[in-house]
Each structure stands twice: as structure tokens, then as C-alpha cells.
Design a protein around this ligand. Structure first.
Ligand code: GLY
Length: 401
């Protein structure tokens, strides 16, 4: 057979290869154009206000919801500015990224919830890596200290939420830990690299290990909330807050877990974390309720499937995680799966036209159905992980050239 390779055939193969790359480039370019167009409109509104506004989602009437800096999502829009700078190289986005990031400065002292990893990681850490902002190191390290103030050594976890007021108090929890908390560990690993303080590394690893032990079911799906006794390692409750039921698999929670363990593997090279990521992948992608376009319903056990909202944010986060997982296990087809998710997200079904959707890129995410908030709306974190996935896809495809 090899002898039959004619010059023409080789040329055809080369042409097909080039077309493949061109398709990839076109996909990246098209999505950059779209992101820039949305962000241009979004930032014109912010700049015209004379304030630093932080868009999170939209109200029912389509107007934009802005959040205070203490909100768990406050890092994503500044983060999207850094990602847009990375994708375009245009200093305009760097200037805006700096301004919106630096408005979050006092978040480094926030100790009343665990989300400083999202908030400071997406903003300051991106600035440090994508624009060499050395002066952002101190903010990252201080934020990591604040996060560690929530570490409960006897239980071996970082407590996610306080339990002294609101609906958290009503549940009777003592030390709730949500799977989302896995996303905050990157901040600790980075703070360790920046400061050399081994406590950051130890807290991250201990939290990841305790979560591995208690947060997953036999089918490798995760509970949303595990309530610990902070004085012992006793597990008091296995609950949900944002999922359909305590025993159900909330879609974004599965994505947070996958991304979290891939990230833990990046810093530790512990094969147990890689294995957990692989298992979470297998749960998601063998689930009979995962639709053909790979954008999950908001909960894998939602009773009204298929007449229930999808969650594009879970899909975007999953795609970003799979591109990194592919770099550790290149034979497993993770990039192809991530590419399929990205094709779906970039299709008219999920990607908004310019001037609609409150100037967010993606439609059809879910905040919390049990709380009756943000149902089938754009969310700033869906856009953030979509852009991060786009960068990872671009970089992987560049390497292949
Ligand atoms: N971390 C909160 C959420 O995923 O909705």
C-alpha cells in the first residue's frame, strides 16, 4: 500500500491538513470577533457610567445585573478582559482588565466565604500570568491567607459557607463544603509557588483529599454539599443546595469537580487526582441524559428532562478542563470531546448575536433553580470559561502545526 502513495495523494493529504488547520483558525477567529464585539458594547456602557461596574447576568426585562465586589462572581468579568487581551494582543483590553481587576483589591481580605479563589484567581492571577503583573503577587498571597482562615484542620477541609444566617442557617449545617470549592485550590497552589509557604500547598492537598474521600458517589458523580463536624472528620450530611435533590448530580457541580481535580494534578502530579478527573469525565460522558450536543441539562436527574433548561456554564467549564486533561492523557479523545462542546456553544443555539443577551457571549445557563434565580440566562462565568477553553484550544492547535 505504501508504494501506492503518489505525489498527488500526498498533496491531497497536505491540503486536507491545511484545510483542517484553516477550519480551526477560522473557528478561533470567529469567536474572538464575537467576544470582542460583545465586550466592546459591554465596556462602552461601563465606561460611560464613570464607575467600575461588574456585569454578572441579566434581569427578566433584559437589563444588566451588576454585582458588588464581594459577590462570588466578581472576578469573572475582569478575568474575561484578560482573556480577551490574551486572544487579541490589543492593549485596550489590558487597560480595561487592569482597571476592573484593581477595583477588587480589598477582596484579598475577604474571609466570610470561600470564593476568593474564583474572584482573585480569575482577575489578579490572570494579570500576573498574561501580562507579567508582578505587583499582583501580593494580592494573590493575601487572598490565599484569607482563604486558609476558613481551613478546619480537624475535618481537613476549607469551610465553604458560614452558617449563622439565611437559608444556610436553616439547614442546620456546621461546616458545609461544596464541590465548587475545588475551584479555589488553584489560588493556594499559586500562592505556594509565589511565597514558598508550604501551608498553602498542604491546605490545598488536604482539602482535595478529604473531598475525594467523601464528596463522590460510587458512580463518580458528586454530592453538592458535604456538611462536616469541624471538630472531627465526621460527615453530618450529604446534601444539595443548587441541584434537584440530595442524591442527584447537579451539572455544574460535576464540571467544578472535573476542572478542580485536573488543576490539582497540574500542581501535584498525584495520579489519584488524574484518576478522579478521568472518572468524572466518564460519569458525564456516559450519562444517558447528556444530550447529543453535549450541553447538559442543569441536573442529570432533573425530572422534567428534556423540558428543562440546559446549563452552558457547566459545558464551558467542562470544555476548558478537558483541553488540559488532554495534555496529560492525549490518547483518550478528550480534545475531540471538548471541540464538540465548543462547536455547540459557538452555534446560534447558544452563542448570542451582537446587541442581544445583555452583551454576554453565551445564552442558556442556570444559576440556581431551587432558589428560583438565574434560570436560562447568560452568566459571566459561562463566558469566562468559554474564553479560557478557546485559548486552550488555540494553544493546543498551534502546538500541532
Ligand atoms: N459557585 C456557585 C455556583 O456554581 O453557582
Amino acid at each position: 500500500m505504501i508504494k501506492t502513495f503518489s505525489g498527488t495523494f500526498v498533496l491531497l493529504l497536505l491540503a486536507a491538513g491545511c484545510a483542517g488547520n484553516r477550519d480551526g483558525d477560522d473557528f478561533i477567529r470567529d469567536n474572538i470577533r464575537q467576544a470582542v464585539a460583545h465586550h466592546t458594547r459591554q465596556t462602552e456602557i461601563i465606561e460611560a457610567s464613570g464607575r467600575v461596574l461588574n456585569p454578572r447576568t441579566i434581569y427578566e426585562d433584559g437589563s444588566i445585573v451588576y454585582v458588588p465586589i464581594e459577590d462570588w462572581t466578581s472576578g469573572f468579568f475582569p478575568g474575561s478582559m484578560w482573556l480577551t487581551y490574551e486572544l487579541t494582543g490589543d492593549d485596550k483590553w489590558k487597560t480595561l482588565a487592569e482597571k476592573y481587576t484593581e477595583a477588587l483589591d480589598s477582596v484579598k481580605y475577604l474571609t466570610w466565604h470561600h470564593d476568593v479563589g474564583f474572584m482573585i484567581g480569575c482577575s489578579y492571577l490572570n494579570g500576573y500570568y498574561r501580562a507579567g503583573k508582578q505587583e499582583y503577587k501580593d494580592v494573590v498571597v493575601q487572598a490565599a491567607r484569607s482563604l486558609c482562615s476558613r481551613f478546619r484542620p480537624a475535618a481537613g477541609v476549607i469551610q465553604s459557607w458560614d452558617v449563622d444566617k439565611g437559608w444556610q442557617a436553616e439547614r442546620g449545617w456546621k461546616c458545609p463544603v461544596i464541590i465548587d470549592n475545588m475551584m479555589n485550590l488553584e489560588l493556594l497552589f499559586e500562592a505556594f509557588l509565589m511565597s514558598g509557604d508550604p501551608c498553602f500547598f498542604q491546605v490545598a492537598v488536604e482539602h482535595a483529599n478529604t473531598t475525594l474521600e467523601h464528596q463522590f458517589r460510587a458512580d463518580n458523580s458528586s454530592f453538592h454539599v458535604i456538611d462536616y463536624d469541624p471538630e472531627t472528620e465526621e460527615v453530618r450530611h450529604k446534601h444539595t443546595a443548587q441541584g434537584y435533590a440530595h442524591e442527584s448530580a447537579w451539572a455544574r457541580g460535576q464540571a467544578w469537580g472535573l476542572y478542580g481535580y485536573v488543576t490539582c494534578y497540574r500542581y501535584t502530579k498525584d495520579p489519584g487526582y488524574l484518576e478522579q478527573a478521568r472518572k468524572i469525565h466518564d460519569f458525564i460522558f456516559s450519562h444517558p441524559q447528556l444530550p447529543e450536543d453535549l450541553i447538559p441539562y442543569w441536573d442529570y436527574h432533573a425530572p422534567d428532562i428534556p423540558d428543562t433548561p440546559r446549563d452552558a456554564s457547566a459545558a464551558a467549564c467542562t470544555a476548558a478542563a478537558l483541553y488540559e486533561l488532554h495534555t496529560y492523557l492525549p490518547e483518550n479523545g478528550y480534545k475531540a470531546t471538548a471541540d464538540r462542546i465548543m462547536q455547540s456553544l459557538a452555534s446560534p443555539a447558544y452563542r448570542a448575536d451582537i446587541g442581544e443577551n445583555g452583551n454576554f457571549i453565551l445564552k442558556h445557563s442556570v444559576g440556581s433553580i431551587p432558589h428560583g434565580v438565574e434560570i436560562d440566562v447568560p452568566l459571566n462565568y459561562a463566558d469566562y470559561y468559554f474564553l479560557e477553553a478557546l485559548i486552550r484550544k488555540r494553544d493546543l492547535e498551534k502546538e500541532q502545526l
